[in-house]
Design a protein around this ligand. Structure first.
Ligand code: EPZ
Length: 422
């Protein structure tokens, strides 16, 4: 397993290009199941999660390849094994998003239950309820979800909200299934995340008839079949937010290219309130911090609220604020594996059920720390760049799931990160 050796403190300065969105790419890759033929997806990042999704699609019968210009080519002409195996699904919870398209394409799907992960339980009851509303018969067997719709699916008005609000991949599953259902489907309390809008735009390019894109009410007129597509995924707003915090926590200045500020208004608002300057440019923004980090009061919510995927990164930043801050986690109440690790670096964080009280400290001190999940590991890298001394981040494979060669993108702008095998 690789480790990162991070020298700090550093000050970042320069330009960084934001990659395509992991969380748009994964459901869009699953959507290619719906149309027999060759789809070409561009701007799909080189991440381990993307590779795992490719393995999953290959197991179904798809042929996956990368062209010389980096485009991801998926040939879904043959789907002769509609089964999502446990060995793959347990490595990436997002694998669940093949359930809806497989069911719609083949009339049957067997997908392993995702199980829990470091950020908490990953229930799929709303996914199941939504597909049952479309007429699927679903039961559990040996840890697998068996979904059947031998006579096809039928459109319906569906309320898809749960105790935590909308579900991103639950919306993706039901939306993809509804594109081939007979008649009209209305999905109320749909997720409004930009990644879901991107999926809907891709589906419409494949011949689906979806309206209300970006709103909590999606209307789908079922069609007989879809066509393969050529599609470019949107930039990764979570990666962009992570790099914004990198500039802020090192009192630096970064020019982010290929970054859509419109997708990140809650993040930009909170960062500006902590004293960070964010100036829009033609293709992104310039992020600068000159003065002290001001305190923050953040609650994570479904889009357009503050994204849970940037909670850990903001916690690292607010650990150095000039006073007390609070972060409340309303999406994954247990998503705090990074708290103990940041405290090992002399942060002063106190967890109170689904909230963390952050007493700002003057400086962080380097220490060996353990990555636990994708975004927590990003927070530890950010803290390591600001901390005094040499920070060792273990289990770097977590960060490789969502950030493409992050050390090769941070070092040219001033970071001192070396990847070593432990
Ligand atoms: C997506 O996960 C993202 N993953 C997550 O990003 C992100 O944290 C999450 O949305 C929230 O924004 C991808 O897009 C691949 P949810 P998803 O269903 O769809 C509860 C990352 O770091 N819920 O929107 O699995 C659930 O427990 C990853 O890139 C149910 O109760 O999340 C949670 O509390 C981590 N029943 C809340 O809803 C269900 O059937 C939101 O989860 C489904 C979800």
């Amino acid at each position: 397993m690789d480790i990162f050796r991070i020298e700090g403190p550093v000050r970042l300065s320069g330009s960084v290009n934001i990659n395509g969105s992991k969380n748009a790419s994964l459901p869009i890759m699953a959507a290619t199941i719906l149309a027999a033929g060759k789809s070409t997806l561009s701007s799909v990042p080189y991440l381990s999660d993307i590779s795992v999704c490719g393995q999953l699609l290959s197991q179904l019968g798809c042929k996956i390849s990368r062209s010389s210009n980096g485009d991801l080519c998926i040939d879904s002409t043959v789907i002769d094994n509609p089964v999502g195996e446990y060995e793959i699904v347990c490595r990436m919870r997002a694998s669940i998003c093949i359930l809806g398209p497989l069911l719609a394409r083949c009339g049957r799907a067997e997908v392993s239950m995702p199980g829990g992960c470091a950020i908490g339980d990953r229930p799929i009851d709303i996914h199941v309820r939504g597909l049952q509303e479309l007429g699927a018969k679903i039961h559990l067997k040996n840890g697998y979800i068996i979904a059947e719709a031998p006579n096809g699916l039928k459109g319906k008005e569906i309320f898809l909200g749960g105790a935590f609000g909308s579900t991103v991949l639950g919306t993706a599953n039901v939306l993809m299934a509804a594109t081939l259902a007979k008649g009209k489907t209305i999905i109320e309390s749909a997720a409004c995340e930009p990644e879901i809008a991107d999926l809907a735009n891709c589906l419409n390019k494949m011949g689906a008839k979806i309206t209300g894109i970006g709103s909590p009410r999606l209307t789908v007129k079922g069609v007989k079949e879809l066509q393969p597509a050529e599609y470019k995924v949107i930039p990764d707003r979570i990666e962009a937010g992570t790099f914004m915090v990198a500039a802020a926590i090192t009192a630096g200045e970064l020019h982010l290219h290929n970054c859509r500020l419109d997708d990140m208004m809650a993040v930009v608002d909170k960062l500006r309130n902590t004293g960070i300057t964010i100036d829009a440019t033609s293709d992104g923004c310039v992020v600068t911090r000159k003065g002290p980090i001001k305190t923050g009061d953040i609650t994570t919510q479904p889009y357009p609220g503050f994204p849970t995927d940037l909670q850990a990164q903001l916690m690292a930043l607010l650990s150095l604020a000039d006073g007390n801050s609070i972060i409340i986690e309303k999406i994954f109440p247990d998503r705090f594996m990074h708290v103990a690790e940041l405290n090992r670096m002399a942060a002063n964080l106190r967890k109170e059920s689904a909230a963390v009280i952050i007493a700002g400290v003057k400086k962080l001190i380097a220490a060996p720390v353990m990555a636990s999940d994708l975004r927590a590991s990003a927070a530890l890298v950010l803290a390591g760049m600001a901390a005094e001394g040499t920070t060792i981040v273990n289990r770097v494979y977590h960060i490789d799931r969502g950030y493409e060669k992050i050390e090769e993108r941070l070092n040219p702008v001033g970071a001192k990160i070396t990847r070593e095998s432990d």
